[in-house]
Design a binder for this molecule. Structure first.
Ligand code: HPA
Length: 234
């Protein structure tokens, strides 16, 4: 048990999938895991442990934004020994050739700030995915039959951003999409020598204004979860 996770020792698997939304953690556990058991409900941030193709997996909500994710990932790594951490989440597209429903595999995560800034001080650290997981995810996407975009994303501290000039610069520099958690996940994985990746489904488009209707979200999110699980155990 930790400050924010009620699971007992041994109830968290080595492999943890991290959706931001605790209800999505429940949906993913119900639809993808066998014998899923609720292992955390502190603050309603649901976590489940079960098996996928015989492999133990935990699906734990991380909340919205890097400060929230940092709490869960610190405790999952330091108190429960999690070794492979894969964010499954949504993002906003920042390129014309990325469409709503597409899947993005985040090779790197640019940011303006992260909870680790106090450690890095003047250093501009480049948060990067685990290469083995990234390569496995690209292979898994082909197996699942889903086209993916692989490249840099932006981890923002704001959903309601008021700097359109920054969005344009990121589009100009090839950033595929924006979300709010991956950079700190990659930094913590680097610090504690764990494997991390973010697999994201495009839920909205910053250039075209398109958005995924809520009734179509589940199928698209399902593809992303399958890619994440396949890559964790490739
Ligand atoms: N901005 C930030 N985070 C997001 C977005 C967005 O447009 N869409 C999904 N997560």
């Amino acid at each position: 048990m930790t400050f924010h996770i009620g699971a007992k020792d041994g109830e968290i698997a080595d492999t943890v999938l991290l959706p931001g939304d605790p209800y999505r953690a429940r949906w993913a556990a119900e639809n993808f895991l066998k014998d899923a058991v609720l292992v955390n409900e502190v603050r309603g941030m649901l976590g489940f442990t079960g098996t996928w193709k015989g492999n133990r997996v935990t699906i734990q909500g991380s909340g919205m934004g890097m400060p929230s994710l940092s709490i869960y990932v610190n405790e999952l790594i330091k108190d429960y020994g999690a070794r492979t951490l894969i964010r499954i989440g949504s993002c906003g597209a920042m390129q014309e050739d990325v469409a709503v429903r597409d899947v993005i595999i985040a090779m790197s995560a640019t940011s303006i700030s992260t909870p680790s800034d106090t450690i890095f001080r003047e250093l501009k650290f480049a948060p990067t995915a685990d290469y083995g997981l990234l390569e496995a995810a690209v292979g898994a996407a082909a197996k699942v039959g889903v086209g993916v975009h692989v490249g840099g994303i932006y981890s923002s501290d704001t959903f309601y951003d008021e700097r359109p000039d920054l969005t344009s610069e990121m589009t100009r520099h090839g950033i595929l999409g924006v979300e709010m958690e991956a950079a700190e996940l990659y930094i913590l994985a680097a610090r504690y020598k764990r494997r991390a990746l973010a697999v994201l489904t495009v839920s909205d488009h910053l250039i075209t204004g398109d958005a995924l209707p809520s009734d179509q979200r589940e199928k698209s999110f399902g593809d992303m979860i399958e890619i994440a699980l396949e890559s964790a155990f490739a």
